[in-house]
Design a protein around this ligand. Structure first.
Ligand code: FES
Length: 134
């Protein structure tokens, strides 16, 4: 499938997402894996009443290893990546904290409506892609 623009799709529910839960979803294309989580404390561009719900692409920006299963809710970090040890700060837009990557983890833009969480876009370039949608 080819997309020209980011779609708006339902990815979860505020009521179902507990502290430290990690849920995966595919966006914007089938097979592009991302994760949704509720961290401790407010996050940049976090949604929900406490601004603590965030979503990121699950591929490390260094060489594309998966970091979606490496979320530490207590420390608000994803990683260290099992390939070359990059850790990303989920409270600060996926900023690289340490390790081999030099690019932040792409953050999925979220919107909450009636308790439902929607993905509406991605800030940053997903590993393996040459350009972004609008
Ligand atoms: Fe993650 Fe290299 S692929 S640090």
């Amino acid at each position: 499938a080819r997309l020209d623009r980011y779609p708006r799709i339902l990815v979860g529910s505020v009521g179902d997402l507990g502290d430290g839960d990690v849920e995966t979803f595919e966006y914007p294309l089938e097979g592009t894996r991302n994760f949704l989580t509720r961290i401790e404390g407010e996050a940049w561009d976090g949604v929900g009443s406490d601004g603590d719900i965030v979503a990121y692409n699950g591929l490390c920006t260094h060489m594309g290893c998966s970091v979606e299963g490496l979320v530490d809710p207590g420390q608000e970090m994803a990683g260290p990546c099992s390939c070359h040890y990059t850790t990303f700060d989920l409270s600060k837009g996926g900023m690289v904290v340490s390790g081999a990557a030099t690019t932040d983890l792409p953050q999925v833009r979220l919107d909450v409506e009636d308790g439902d969480i929607y993905a509406t876009g991605i800030d940053g370039l997903v590993y393996g892609y040459r350009n972004n949608l609008r």
